[in-house]
Write a protein that binds this ligand. Structure first.
Ligand code: SF4
Length: 339
């Protein structure tokens, strides 16, 4: 353990190691037609944990995360809706109370916030960050906003509302944006994906971003709240990642449902740069070697947790909120065009 701590302290910038862990929790109470949890990584309308071993593995990884002697900021995601699962939340709640954990960010559809946040202690809720995605076909706007405000104002969590831009979602986006405008809630709008049957989301933008097939789509996306610089990073990751400088594997790592550790989820998919497996009882996180590495993936860096590590994002953003998806604008440093 001591070796591990020294390695990360000496490896450059990451004061807090950002980690995106996708746990094998599967139960989901929504049926969004565009869900990107597919194949081996599919959600399930009935089953929370596919096997008892999945739950045990999740507990082991959580314990590992909460017992590091270096600080971590965690996006604790799952294949389903995490708030449907009391076993999932029990572990998340424990994590929030560990000294080395700066924040735990849950990725949720927002439907159960009012019922389930009371499972966290007040100490735990202070470290809880919620990335709450609006799925307009599955939940009414009024109930959604009420839940978001309850999470922030009654439970004291950090919240970001996330929405997805599809050609047919513009009206819902407009209504969401108008409703939230009086409440000072951060609203993030990402490009919606329709996963490819074979490649999932690990492919080019024209295959998975329906909005990009429309004329003048970037202007339209900006009108609907997509941040132009984030779109540029998103498209660079999807279409043109090879050779770009990226901090993944330095201040950030990815952990898959099977405990496998990689610099990012795209490398997990491609089996590049494996760092080991947390479920291997002898696992020690290897030290990061460089602040910036050259990306070895030709395309398909589709997950925001990943592509926000591109150096072109670092030039214009600050990581000063407890989130792997929300970065503040760095007003002190002007944006430079991606090279
Ligand atoms: S650009 Fe994407 S695929 Fe390439 S190393 Fe960075 S996070 Fe991984």
């Amino acid at each position: 353990m001591m070796k591990e701590r020294l390695a990360w302290q000496n490896s450059g910038p990451p004061d807090v190691l950002r980690i995106w862990y996708v746990a094998p929790q599967r139960l989901c109470n929504f049926s969004c037609p565009y869900c990107v949890s597919t194949g081996e990584w599919a959600k399930d309308p009935r089953t929370d944990w596919r096997t008892e071993q999945d739950l045990q593995d999740y507990k082991y990884v959580v314990h590992w995360l909460g017992s590091r002697d270096f600080p971590i900021g965690l996006r604790l995601a799952s294949l389903g809706e995490p708030l449907t699962s009391k076993p999932f939340l029990a572990q998340a709640s424990w994590l929030c109370c560990q000294d080395n954990v700066r924040y735990v960010e849950l990725v949720t559809n927002g439907s159960l916030l009012k019922n389930r946040l009371s499972l966290f202690s007040a100490e735990g809720r202070a470290k809880l960050s919620l990335w709450i995605t609006y799925h307009p076909t599955e939940i009414g706007l009024e109930r959604f906003v009420e839940n978001v405000l309850s999470a922030r104002d009654e439970f004291g969590c950090f919240v970001v509302v996330n929405a997805l831009l599809f050609p047919n979602s513009k009206r819902a986006l407009n209504e969401l944006s108008k409703t939230l405008s009086g409440y000072d809630v951060p609203l993030n709008v990402d490009l919606g994906y329709i996963a490819d049957a074979e490649l999932g989301t690990y492919t080019y933008s024209d295959a998975i971003v329906p909005a990009s097939r429309e004329e003048e789509w970037k202007r339209v996306a900006a009108e609907f709240g997509c941040d132009e610089e984030m779109i540029a990073a998103n498209i660079a990751g999807l279409d043109d990642s090879l050779g770009r400088l990226c901090g993944a594997g330095n201040g950030y790592i990815f952990i898959g449902i099977d405990g496998e550790v990689y610099p990012c989820s795209r490398y997990y998919d491609l089996k590049i740069g494996r760092l080991g497996n947390i479920l291997d009882r002898t696992f020690v996180l290897p030290p990061a070697r460089n602040s910036w590495n050259t990306c070895m993936s030709k395309c398909g860096c589709s997950n925001k947790e990943d592509f926000l590590n591109l150096q072109l994002v670092d030039q214009s953003r600050r990581r000063d909120v407890p989130s792997l998806g929300w970065l503040s604008r760095n007003l002190a440093r002007p944006h430079q065009n991606p090279t």
